[in-house]
Design a protein. Structure first.
Length: 229
């Protein structure tokens, strides 16, 4: 009997704690955390490659971008990547004069910091996200490319606001429209338009990841009532 009473007491105590938590709104917070927890990190620049001859944090740059670890302007963890994009002809001449000068950081199967292939189930997530800090007083035009093993490419070009963060977000449904195979992403390329630039452009990159539940979002949209005029 004493044993039974102890068990009942524990159950009642747990129920009381839950009721108090619900009254304070803590259970809603926990549920919200559970919903938004689905994410997959691609690169947060926390682990510095240990290779003695490594440079550019393992990304391929062909010498046109200088990438180093930084402890400022980070949005995830303690580190970010300081990327210095070089203007045409500063250290390396343009391969062909007619080419648009867009120095790039590349993560693929040939880079030291390899993009895992395939990198999980991209199609299970809702968005690609990336944080970029532009310390310049002027906006900077960036170019972001994804390619898959079938040579399909998704490309986005836009402007980074001056003296602040741009929290870049791309719905993965946008990539699907270009026939990109989300389960076979082969390469990620990030570049800056340096046409006419006479000085290097420095940016800070961090928290490159996938976030959100694409299937749950689609179900929610289908379940939403249709608005009528």
């Amino acid at each position: 009997m004493n044993r039974l009473m102890q068990i009942l007491g524990i159950v009642l105590a747990i129920g009381l704690l839950y009721a108090v938590a619900a009254g304070l709104g803590l259970t809603r917070f926990l549920k919200k955390q559970k919903v938004t927890a689905k994410s997959m990190m691609i690169e947060d620049f926390e682990k510095i490659p240990y290779f003695a001859d490594d440079k550019d944090l393992g990304w391929t740059t062909n010498g046109y971008v200088l990438v180093d670890s930084a402890t400022e302007n980070q949005t995830h963890g303690k580190r970010s990547a300081k990327a210095v994009f070089l203007p045409e002809g500063l250290l390396y001449p343009t391969p062909t004069p007619e080419m648009k000068w867009v120095p790039q950081m590349i993560m693929d199967q040939n880079s030291i910091r390899k993009l895992k292939y395939p990198l999980g189930e991209w199609q299970d997530y809702g968005s690609f996200k990336m944080d970029i800090y532009n310390p310049k007083m002027e906006p900077v035009t960036y170019n972001l490319q994804f390619s898959d093993s079938h040579s399909f490419v998704y490309e986005k070009t836009d402007v980074l606001k001056p003296k602040g963060f741009t929290n870049l977000e791309i719905p993965l449904d946008e990539m699907i429209k270009t026939r990109l195979d989300l389960n076979n992403i082969y390469a990620l390329r990030f570049g800056v338009d340096m046409n006419g630039a006479s000085e290097p452009v420095t940016l800070y990159l961090d928290n490159i990841h996938l976030e959100g539940d694409r299937a749950a979002t689609a179900q929610k949209q289908q379940a939403a009532p249709v608005k009528t005029k």
